[in-house]
Design a protein around this ligand. Structure first.
Ligand code: CA
Length: 710
């Protein structure tokens, strides 16, 4: 039948008008990001905080991309980030706008549907840092959002409130004493009109960790909680400090004590408490930090604080008297678990120490525990006391000790996720050991350094980390039965964070540049895409106009790549400035073209025939290297990609050029700190160390020879 007359035309016009209204409307009603929104597990369009919602599960209820449709997942858009290096952040999405922090906390807002840049804010981190530039890698793990205010933290310790619409600064608060070797790489956490932030430290001098909460509208401090007690002679800040001080010995406050908390903040609305995963000791070696032992509260613990006042409620310590850098700063994930016929208001936590804990968050009592990785420091956790059953010798009390896990941890900050649908936690697990030895240190005379790496125990950072060191796996863990359900193994120890969806998919990026989707029930690999560079960040998912997207920042970097470094990380070829950083976003039937990727690059160590290495000088240089250069240039002077590989740098061949950069600060604007205190003799010692490393590691990246069968 032929359409005729005005009625049909009117109908067509009306349909067109409705279409116009629908397409012109950019997003649904504006979300008020407050406690209600942050606690709403059922909404899937937005990704409102670091762990998506207050539960920190990183579980999305979205189902458009599922085990059947994921095969059609293609690039929707990508954004080039040519000036960025290390990208670790979890982006946020609010009403179709995606926000993320890049290197040195440069913050951007982009249209989540198209990738179009809406605004950019540069907090000028390098200019604010001074000597603190020596102790971090420019990394930022994320940001917070509350009612139109976006909050970022900078490496130099500032908290900055931005207008989310325009990126204009609303307020700035310095959260640390700028004379102390503290920094921030972690994410701020928004809850109840406040924003919480911690800090990093413990490796570069006397550091006393704390967390503080600020009013999110004004940036004014609301409360502060110290993780370790200060000098009793100065009086205690609160009763918790007084209680904690009884678990310390000697003059711990001279070395700060540590506990610095740079990750692992969970707001628990049911008990109106903030759960803090606390850091390790400063220095690592307990014999120096607290001679004679003691539990050293609140190191390596989960501490529950009243969310309104910061008052101590309870704690659970995972590593009493820690001495291996086994912090508990890993994520704390909330869920109601059915255990023994009862519903437990549980928190799940897999700290560095190799165990997986289920804890009753109403009182901090241990419910159950399992072992996710090889642990030689402790055989098990006593179910009654909740304390580890330690292995003699693992505290390097008899000298050399090889201990599993390493200071890198069996699980690090790389996010685990939890699906209430499968009942499984998805953990990036690492198998890696370390050799501890404190016999070389002048323990009696040991003093806290300042802005120099020294943890009062040698863990071999002066040597290369060979290319085949460490393995890792994505594991699916049943928290109720405390057992592994499946695992997806991988080469190498760098093992990024995860996300899980109601479409029964676990997403994870990998060190080799692959972005992978697994079947959440079986671990079967269902989809993957190569993204041109090593991945360090965890993915997110969101929805705009009825379409589900998956986003991921790709920018090789982070502590394992920086001061880890070594051939174990250099082997991928993600050398300094060799590959462009990007933000990638995928959707079903995405139509964007994959960018052209730069090839892997391997800096070639320079071994000049006419350079005579003086071994005594090189030995002296080794100590200087670990103290000053290791943090960015990598173990044994083999760069993991966070900074230039010094073995291949022509600058070190010319003493005056080297002096201009290291002593003179010629490259501060690029992030290379100035070391005014280094003498010409010390610079010469460093030169000899680097030349010796170059000669010794010239073939380090070649695969080990496979012996042929006769
Ligand atoms: Ca640490």
């Amino acid at each position: 039948m032929k359409g005729s007359g005005t009625a049909a035309r009117k109908l067509r016009f009306a349909a067109a008008a409705i279409c116009l209204i629908l397409t012109a409307r950019p997003t649904a009603a504006q979300t008020v990001v407050d406690d209600r929104a942050l606690g709403d597990e059922a909404q899937g369009a937005n990704w409102l905080s670091y762990g998506r919602t207050y539960s920190e599960q990183r579980f999305s209820p979205l189902t458009q991309i599922d085990t059947r449709t994921v095969a059609k997942l293609r690039l929707a858009w990508s954004l080039e980030l040519p000036t960025d290096r290390s990208l670790l952040a979890t982006p946020l999405v609010v009403d179709g706008v995606l926000y993320f922090t890049g290197t040195f906390s440069v913050t951007r807002a982009v249209d989540a549907k198209t990738g179009k840049l809406l605004w950019e804010y540069d907090p000028k981190t390098i200019e604010h840092s001074g000597d603190r530039l020596r102790i971090f890698w420019g990394s930022s793990r994320g940001l917070a959002y509350w009612k139109g205010t976006l909050v970022i933290a900078t490496n130099d310790g500032r908290l900055v409130g931005l207008d989310a619409k325009t990126g204009k600064e609303r307020w700035t608060t310095q959260t640390i004493d700028v004379t102390k070797p503290l920094y921030i790489s972690g994410y701020p956490k928004a809850f109840r009109g406040k924003v919480l932030v911690g800090n990093g430290g413990t490796e570069h001098g006397a550091a006393r960790g704390y967390v503080s909460a600020y009013d999110i509208e004004t940036g004014r401090q609301a409360w502060r909680f110290y993780i370790v007690p200060g000098n009793p002679a100065d009086g205690f800040e609160d009763e918790a400090q007084e209680m904690a001080a009884k678990t310390w010995k000697g003059e711990w406050w001279k070395h700060g004590g540590g506990g610095n908390t740079w990750n692992g903040f969970t707001y628990d609305p049911e008990f109106n408490q903030i759960l803090i995963g606390t850091g390790n000791g400063s220095p690592w070696n307990q014999k120096v930090r607290s001679p004679g032992g003691g539990d050293n509260l609140f190191l390596c613990s989960i501490v529950a604080l009243d969310a309104d006042t910061g008052t101590y409620k309870w704690h659970y310590q995972t590593v009493p008297g820690e001495t291996w850098d086994y912090n508990s700063s890993m994520d704390i994930v909330l869920a109601d678990l059915r255990i023994g016929g009862k519903t437990v208001k549980a928190l799940m936590h897999a700290p560095k120490n190799g165990f997986f804990y289920v804890i009753d968050r109403s009182n901090g009592k241990l419910v159950s525990v399992g072992k996710i990785a090889k642990t030689t420091w402790a055989t098990d956790i006593d179910r009654k006391t909740g304390r580890p059953i330690e292995v003699k010798g693992s505290r390097y009390e008899n000298g050399d000790a090889i201990v599993w896990p390493s200071p890198f941890g069996a699980h690090n900050w790389h996010a685990m996720s939890y699906s209430p649908k499968t009942g499984l936690a998805y953990i990036p697990k690492v198998e890696l050991a370390a050799r501890f030895n404190d016999q070389k240190n002048e323990l009696i005379d040991w003093r806290s350094p300042k802005f120099r790496f020294d943890v009062a125990v040698d863990t071999g950072f002066g040597n290369d980390i060979p290319r085949d060191t460490g393995v890792s796996a994505l594991i699916a863990w049943d928290p109720i039965r405390q057992r592994k359900v499946w695992e997806a193994p991988q080469d190498g120890f760098w093992n990024p964070g995860t996300m899980v969806t109601a479409g029964n998919l676990v997403f994870q990026g990998r060190a080799n540049g692959d972005f992978i989707a697994y079947d959440a029930k079986t671990g079967r690999k269902l989809w993957s895409a190569f993204l041109g560079s090593g991945i360090s960040a965890p993915p997110i998912t969101y929805e705009v106009d009825g379409r589900q997207y998956v986003s991921l920042l790709v920018g090789w970097g982070g502590a394992g790549v920086g001061f880890g470094g070594g051939s174990a990380n250099a082997k991928y070829g993600w050398a300094y400035r060799a590959q462009t950083r990007r933000l990638f976003t995928f959707a079903l039937d995405g139509k964007a073209k994959m960018p052209e990727f730069e090839p892997p690059a391997f800096p070639e160590p320079i071994v000049p025939a006419d350079f005579k290495i003086d071994d005594a000088l090189a030995d002296k240089g080794r100590g200087l290297y670990v103290g000053q250069c290791l943090m960015c240039h990598g173990a044994g002077a083999v760069s993991g990609g966070a900074a230039p590989d010094l073995r291949a740098s022509p600058i070190l061949l010319d003493p005056s050029a080297m002096k201009g950069v290291v002593h003179g600060g010629g490259r501060v604007s690029m992030g290379m700190p100035q070391f005014k205190e280094l003498s010409d003799d010390e610079l010469e010692a460093l030169r000899h160390f680097v030349r010796r490393q170059a000669a010794q590691t010239v073939d380090a990246l070649k695969p080990a020879k496979v012996s042929k069968k006769e």
